[in-house]
Write a protein that binds this ligand. Structure first.
Ligand code: G6P
Length: 475
């Protein structure tokens, strides 16, 4: 039984199943997991997550009660839930990633999608079952009065379900994504929109990355549920219960990141990259290949910049790292292909014997990403919409005088906007101009802005971010 429990779809570790039946462990990926891994080293914290693959299911079945006490990589105990693969697939791919992610990032191409039909209703039932499996496991493992920290859009129904089972618990929910305004959230069928909101309102504390996303959530509660909302106080009263709404802008542990980024594997990637690009200036981007990351418009902006500024030909290289993500979804596979097509067009138009204007890497390599940050002159972060975007915060820590081109729709813009070159992510010409402005920014100005960006990026490192939420629950 545990006094602090964390719940998220993806856990801190996952397993590969080899043909001979053996399992090898690796770290879980993604911004949310890396932030939380920092705080879950404590053996008092039980991390409840879903088994995502056959390897994970194998590990869960071999461990007593699915509980891995020594999960490795410095994490505390982990319980992996062995949810039936078809249920998991419908909950994760069809509802969480193809519906809730699309709603909160405003990604629908509305003349054609979404279609909420009978098939979707079946998928929704799986999402309910998946949330119920988490609520049940948390109810089993929590001591009396324990604090339960439930993460993200995969688990919006779990807070209310858990409250029914265990009214003694103190429950928090945290959204790592943006939240949609009511007129967009209302694309969802009315009963489902209401169930999602009242699911989160089962928590005592609902956390968001920025004031903007918290306000949108409260607006949805008022417009869709008819809840009583005090935006100033961050309070929603619904069904006779109050939920506090808090803003916790997750930052980066600068010392830990710097320590990792100065290890020998990173240094040797830096040497290799430098040998490849020479003394040319570097525009860097590092993303998972997600529709919300706006990689194609970013490449188009680079192309526009090269067209407008022939004096920069041969003197600049764009390092674009676009790592694989959610390849079970056709939209993501098509988007990856579109990124590759756009990159090829740039290489064909401008590249030659003497100069590679663009290096696109689509295979994941954390050490190489850290090396790229360290040698960046301009960092491009231009999402359509993003909960926070930790790339925008990691860059200034690792490259002290790098100019940051940042989308105004990234949550990070709330804290970093004053010292970044802020762009409208749909405005390709504006983004091209910002890339140019970043390249020609005087050294002193870059260093001054860089110092302020670094201070803002490290203001709330994961350990404090988590402690603040525990304290908010205690209040
Ligand atoms: C990003 C988002 C998180 C989300 C995660 C899920 O990191 O910022 O809000 O939880 O993606 O990614 P996954 O690979 O597990 O689908």
């Amino acid at each position: 039984m545990n006094t602090v429990l964390l719940a998220s779809n993806r856990g801190p570790v996952s397993f590969n199943l080899a043909d001979d039946g053996s399992l090898t462990m690796r770290r879980g990926g993604g911004g949310m997991v890396s932030g939380l891994s920092e705080v879950a080293k404590d053996s008092e914290v039980l991390w409840v997550c879903a088994a995502l693959s056959d390897g994970d299911r194998g590990a869960a079945r071999r461990a007593p009660g699915g509980r891995l006490d020594q999960a490795g990589y410095d994490t505390g105990p982990v319980r992996m839930l062995d949810i039936p693969p078809a249920t998991f697939h419908r909950a994760y791919n069809a509802v969480a990633n193809s519906t809730l992610w699309f709603v909160n990032h405003l990604l629908y191409d509305t003349p054609n999608s979404p279609h909420f039909d009978t098939r979707f209703r079946r998928e929704w039932e799986s999402y309910q079952d998946y949330n119920a499996a988490f609520a049940l496991a948390l109810a089993e493992d929590a001591t009396h009065g324990a604090r339960v920290m439930i993460q993200d859009y995969h688990l919006t129904l779990a807070p209310a379900m858990l409250r029914v089972e265990r009214p003694d618990l103190r429950i928090a929910h945290f959204s790592h994504t943006p939240w949609a305004p009511p007129e967009y959230f209302s694309l969802l069928p009315d009963d489902i929109a209401a169930e999602l909101l009242s699911g989160i309102l089962g928590a005592d504390h609902a956390g968001f990355l920025t004031a903007r996303w918290a306000a949108a959530f409260m607006d949805c509660c008022r417009a869709i549920l008819g809840a009583e909302v005090d935006r100033e106080a961050g309070l929603v009263v619904f069904d006779g219960r109050a939920t506090h709404v808090g803003v916790h802008p997750l930052g980066v542990d600068g010392d830990a990141l710097w320590a990792r980024a100065t290890e020998p594997d990173v240094e040797s990637h830096m040497t290799a990259l430098r040998e490849r690009v020479g003394d040319r200036r570097l525009i860097v981007r590092i993303d998972r290949t997600e529709l919300s990351k706006n990689i194609v418009r970013g490449l188009s902006a680079y192309r526009q910049f090269l067209t407008d500024h022939p004096e920069w030909h041969g003197k600049v290289v764009h390092l674009a790292f676009a790592y694989p993500s959610r390849h079970d979804l056709p939209e993501y596979r098509e988007y990856t292909a579109a990124v590759q097509r756009c990159a090829k067009e740039i290489e064909d138009e401008f590249g030659g014997e003497e100069w590679d204007p663009l290096i696109l890497n689509v295979d994941d390599d954390y050490a190489r990403s850290l090396a790229a940050y360290r040698i960046a002159d301009v960092l491009l972060v231009n999402p359509i919409r993003d909960g926070m975007n930790l790339v925008a915060k990691e860059g200034p820590i690792l490259a002290p005088s790098c100019a940051l081109v940042l989308s105004r729709e990234a949550g990070a813009a709330a804290e970093l906007g004053g010292d970044a070159l802020v762009v409208n992510p749909y405005d390709v010409s504006g983004t091209a101009r910002a890339l140019y402005d970043g390249l020609v920014m005087p050294e002193r100005e870059r260093a001054e802005r860089g110092a302020r960006l670094r201070a803002a990026a490290t203001a709330l490192p994961p350990a404090r971010w988590f402690a603040d939420q525990l304290a908010a629950l205690d209040d």
